[in-house]
Each structure stands twice: as structure tokens, then as C-alpha cells.
Ligand binder design. Structure first.
Ligand SMILES: Nc1ncnc2c1ncn2[C@@H]1O[C@H](COP(=O)(O)OP(=O)(O)O)[C@@H](O)[C@H]1O
Ligand SMILES: [Mg+2]
Length: 252
């Protein structure tokens, strides 16, 4: 059984159908890439699954449970997290504080002022914070103010924030956007580690085809909101419809 299964998922904005009947299953412990031209509906699809948007119709099942329309604070509790293009970082807080807040929120659902009242709560949050910062190699920089991190480190901090809820499924929307080739390579390494060491299931929206072909177990191609291909990378590489729609006939 797939960890995540969408069935006939549709999202309309007025007259525009941004997601058009997407049925896709994502297996546990795999990296699933979603590709497609700008405006294909990739981000909208992720938002419909993570609860940021209500789908117009269709269903989303996670771990066998219907989570259609569940708001983000509940999908996080179910084990779904996302690392987005838009920053989730508090710039004037330290690297460590940023992850502590996310770890605490994941443990307790919402923010309370007396939040670290119990010693055991504090220990759990701190333990999780350290593990996540080590996994993205930012533990040494824990006392640095988040806003003074270099760009690539900020993106990795966002990933640590997304990991702080200890998700089973992580959405990454263009994690390498704006990164240097070195930072991109580090991010690819990180994705592979997350899958291998944490056993994470990852849904990756990405433009960089080198990144995709290195890490993806399966590739879903969206075009105008609909799936035009869903297969292993080797098959996608040779798919004529994909070449036409997505790459204007260019070789991939
Ligand atoms: N909140 C919104 N309101 C209206 N239209 C939207 C909204 N979000 C996205 N769209 C439209 O839906 C389509 C899919 O967008 P998006 O999911 O962001 O594509 P992608 O992430 O593949 O680039 C686009 O035509 C976009 O303009
Ligand atoms: Mg997008």
C-alpha cells in the first residue's frame, strides 16, 4: 500500500483548473519527483495534500487514512511536513531557536507561553533540535543569527525546521532554487541521507534535471494540472510526450 494516495484530485481557482484529476500513489521510503513547466500545478498539488488549500474534489489518503481537507496543523501531526520556497525562518533568532520552536510546535500542536514547563518536554525538544541540526550540518552554527547565514545554509535550516516535526513524508518545493552548484550537490547528498538514515519518504518538486535523475525513484510529470507520465527515471528520459510537453523536444 502506498504511504500517500491521491484519487482524482482537482483544484480550481475560479475558471482555472490548476490540478486536474491527479491520481498518484507514493511508496514509503522513496523519493518521488514532480516535474512540469511553470504553472503546471506542482505547488498547488502539494498545497492540496498538506492542507494549505482545500481541494475542489477528490481524496487524499495518508497511511490508509482519509486526510482530505485536513488543515496543515493536523497534517503535521499525521506525519506530513514541507520545506517551502518561501522562508519559514525567524531572521533575528538563532539557528537553534528556529528549530526548537518548530520542534516544540510539532510536539504540542500550538504555542503556549509556559511551553517548557516540564523538564522532560524540554529534553525531548532539545534532543530533537540537536539531531535535526546535525543531520543538516548546522549544529556548529547553532548560535548564529539565522539572517546572517549564507543562502544555502538558510535553505538547509528550512529543511531542519521541516524535519523538526519528525515527519514520515517530506515535501520539498524547489529546494535547490537559487543555490550554487556546490550547495546543490550538498542538498542532493542531504536528500539521499534523509531517505537512507531517517527512512523518509520525499516528494520533490525540482527543475534541475541532474538532481532529479540522481535522486528520484519515480518521476511524475504534470502538464496543465494533469499527469502525463508517471514512471521510473529511465522511462521518463525516453518518453516522447514528456519531451514535447516539458522540454520542447530538448534532450534530457
Ligand atoms: N491562489 C491562487 N489563485 C489563483 N490561481 C492560482 C493560485 N495559485 C496558483 N494559481 C494558478 O494555478 C496554476 C498552477 O500554479 P502552481 O501550482 O503554482 O504551478 P507550479 O508550481 O507548477 O509552477 C497557475 O496557472 C497559477 O497561476
Ligand atoms: Mg511551484
Amino acid at each position: 500500500m502506498s504511504l500517500l494516495q491521491t484519487t482524482d484530485l482537482v483544484k480550481q481557482f475560479g475558471g482555472l483548473t490548476a490540478v486536474d484529476g491527479v491520481s498518484v500513489g507514493i511508496d514509503r521510503g522513496t523519493v518521488q519527483a514532480i516535474i512540469g513547466p511553470n504553472g503546471a500545478g506542482k505547488t498547488t498539488f502539494i498545497n492540496c495534500v498538506s492542507g494549505l488549500l482545500d481541494p475542489t474534489s477528490g481524496t487524499v489518503e495518508f497511511d490508509g487514512e482519509d486526510i482530505t481537507g485536513m488543515p496543515p496543523h493536523e497534517t503535521v501531526q499525521q506525519g506530513i511536513s514541507k520545506s517551502f520556497q518561501t522562508a519559514s525562518i525567524f531572521p533575528t533568532m538563532t539557528v537553534e531557536e528556529n528549530v526548537q520552536i518548530a520542534a516544540f510546535g510539532a510536539e504540542h500542536g500550538s504555542f503556549r507561553f509556559n511551553f517548557l514547563k516540564k523538564r522532560s518536554d524540554y529534553n525531548a525538544v532539545q534532543d530533537r533540535t540537536e539531531r535535526m541540526l546535525r543531520s543538516v550540518e548546522l549544529w556548529e552554527d547553532r548560535n548564529v543569527q539565522a539572517q546572517s547565514l549564507p543562502y544555502g545554509d538558510k535553505r538547509r535550516l528550512e529543511i531542519a525546521i521541516a524535519l523538526a516535526s519528525e515527519p514520515e513524508l517530506l515535501f520539498m518545493d524547489e529546494p535547490t532554487a537559487g543555490m550554487s552548484p556546490d550547495e546543490t550537490r550538498q542538498t542532493v547528498d542531504l536528500i539521499e541521507e534523509l531517505r537512507e538514515e531517517l527512512g523518509l519518504t520525499i516528494v520533490l518538486v525540482e527543475h534541475d534535471m541532474e538532481v532529479i535523475f540522481r535522486v528520484a525513484d519515480k518521476i511524475t510529470v504534470l502538464h496543465r494540472g494533469a499527469i502525463i507520465a508517471n514512471a521510473a527515471p529511465e522511462q521518463i528520459r525516453g518518453d516522447e510526450q514528456v519531451q514535447e510537453a516539458y522540454l520542447g523536444g530538448a534532450e534530457i
